[in-house]
Write a protein that binds this ligand. Structure first.
Ligand code: C2E
Ligand code: CA
Ligand code: CA
Length: 529
């Protein structure tokens, strides 16, 4: 029951953690995406406002150029009408004047007829444009105007009308020209100066607003800083937000569903396995171990087999981890051991030197229960200890003190101990040396690499050298081709196991296999001698 609760609590935590991660990732991605798209496609509010300001300046200079080139008499009715038309069609223009040197000859708009004459110009640009910043000297009717002169004409601009924020309230913007603050909308408010801000869009979390910064230096050096509430920004991306939230929800539901299904499946498999163990319906198959040089079968590996009640076979790769998780592995090991011992005893009446390998799980070596039960049942049987070899994976050696003592005890009683799946863990030669072992089983992945370009094809050579240095007998696992056999024999590997020789067989088929194989091998070896 306790384990059941642990599995359920574990699954629910995993599900919730997964949901939180999925949601957080989606929101984060979305936020990044919104900022990126805002920057890439619009650059935020500041860009749209700044581009309008740029257009106004270009248009103003073009208008002044056209007036300078107008082929009519200065201050004639046509000249005045052209100035009038130009001013009326541009709401931000307060007045246009025609000058000769520092004297205003004529002009249009609501300006004093002698024009505005600040003491000296603020800027003279290489483009030929001369600029006067809004100041008390340019003030008309309480509004300080921005003056631009190009050639013989000048224009007075109302800076407040340069910033077009559209119909939305809560938006703010400031215009800076050549690092001088020119205008703000709404009038009088303050935003951070442009040289403190990155170009593009950034979040001002203190004021819950999105700040954008646009900079351009084509005609005049222009900076626009704009701010809008986060809500507006999210509003523009709401469709994507909604979509992502929906997708996140769907993923979360699918994730929880899968986790719950998976844990229910595992729980029910664990329950079924417990019943199968109690009912003694677990089976064992034997995969032959072959002496490569002679082809003789010297023994086998006992492999557990389980068919569910509905007849469906379950792979040991699935049910062994479930047994480990559900605390059933020690019972399973003892069941396999008992069946294998009974079977090998009978086999040995006909083939007295044949042995059987039984797999121990890391859990079996964690405490002394399996070890001692194993020693007792072997002592009670009339089998010689040499008939039963024990396979231990590298994983099991990590819990070293108990396993080291147990391995020593088993070997003292005459069992041989093999390290299984060698090369898939992280054991080094020096670490392996601290254990007393007899056999090294090279994992199938290294055998597969023989004759290929894969990096693992080099590793097997070192593994073989290492085994020889430690005086270990070598068994190659998963041998499937004759080329692999040739290579292994050339490199001094004595034993092999794999589909080339035989798949895991029922005990009846295994005995048949021994009969044909060993009679054949025996005949061969006699012919050779
Ligand atoms: P293992 O101990 O490495 O067993 C060898 C596995 O490789 C077996 O799979 C065997 O059928 C398969 N095999 C052998 N030769 C070849 C080959 O030439 N080609 C291919 N493709 N496969 C080959 P199986 O029986 O499915 O067992 C899988 C794993 O389950 C075993 O790997 C072992 O770790 C575990 N296992 C099986 N029975 C027991 C058991 O009784 N106790 C414990 N603790 N683990 C077991
Ligand atoms: Ca094994
Ligand atoms: Ca193995």
């Amino acid at each position: 029951m306790l384990r059941r609760r642990r599995v359920i609590v574990g699954s629910v935590s995993a599900a919730l953690a997964g949901v939180a991660i999925v949601f957080a990732s989606i929101l984060w991605l979305l936020w990044q995406e919104s900022i990126t798209s805002e920057t890439a496609y619009a650059g935020g509010l500041a860009t749209s406002v700044g581009q309008k300001v740029d257009r106004i300046f270009f248009d103003t200079r073009k208008m002044l150029t056209d007036l300078n080139q107008l082929p009519v008499a200065h201050c004639s009715a046509e000249h005045l009408k052209a100035m009038q038309d130009a001013a009326i069609s541009r709401p931000y223009i307060r007045g246009i004047g025609y000058w000769q040197a520092i004297k205003r000859i004529c002009g249009v708009g609501l300006l004093p007829s002698e024009g505005l004459k600040p003491e000296h110009a603020d800027r003279i640009y290489p483009s030929g444009v001369i600029a006067w910043w809004p100041s008390p000297q340019t003030s008309v009717g309480g509004v300080q105007l921005f003056l631009l002169r190009y050639g013989d004409h000048d224009v007075a601009l109302d800076p407040r009308l340069l910033l077009d924020l559209g119909p939305r309230p809560n938006r703010e913007a400031e215009l800076w020209v050549d690092h001088l603050r020119m205008a703000s909308a709404p009038w009088g408010m303050r935003l951070p100066p442009p040289d403190t801000l990155p170009i593009g869009v950034s979040l001002d979390s203190v004021h819950s607003r999105i700040i954008s910064h646009f900079a351009d230096n084509e005609l005049l050096p222009v900076d626009v800083v704009a701010a809008e509430p986060v809500g507006d920004f999210l509003g523009r991306h709401s469709k994507m937000l909604g979509l992502a939230a929906g997708l996140g929800l769907l993923l979360a539901i699918a994730w929880i569903y899968l986790i719950l299904r998976y844990s229910r499946h595992r729980l029910s498999l664990a329950m079924e396995l417990r019943q199968a163990l109690a009912a003694g319906s677990l089976e064992v198959k034997y995969q032959p171990v072959i002496e490569l040089a002679s082809g003789r079968c010297v023994g086998s590996e006992a492999l557990a087999r389980w068919n569910r009640e509905n007849g469906e076979p379950v792979s040991p790769l699935v049910f062994i981890p479930i047994a480990e998780e559900a605390g059933l592995i020690q019972d399973l090991t003892l069941t396999v051991l008992k069946i294998a011992m009974d079977d090998v005893r009978r086999v040995r009446t006909e083939f007295p030197t044949v042995s059987v390998n039984v797999n121990l799980s890391p859990e079996d070596l964690r405490d002394e229960r399996t070890g001692h039960a194993l020693i007792q049942s072997l002592a009670a049987s009339d089998l010689s200890a040499g008939a039963v070899k024990l396979e231990i994976t590298e994983r099991a050696l990590i819990n070293s003190d108990v396993s080291r003592a147990l391995i020593r005890e088993l070997r003292q009683r005459g069992h041989r101990v093999a390290i299984d799946d060698f090369g898939t863990g992280y054991s080094s030669l020096s670490y392996l040396q601290t254990f007393e072992l007899d056999v090294l089983k090279i994992d199938k992945s290294f055998v597969d690499a023989i004759g290929t370009e894969a990096a693992t094809s080099q590793v097997i050579v070192h593994v073989i050298e290492m085994a020889k240095a430690l005086n270990l007998e070598i068994v190659a696992e998963g041998v499937e081709t004759i080329e692999q056999v040739d290579w292994l024999v050339t490199h001094g590997v004595t034993f092999g196991q794999g589909f080339l020789f035989g798949k895991p067989l029922s005990i009846g088929d295994y005995v048949e296999f021994l009969r044909t194989q060993n009679r054949h091998a025996f005949a061969e070896s006699r012919r050779e001698s």
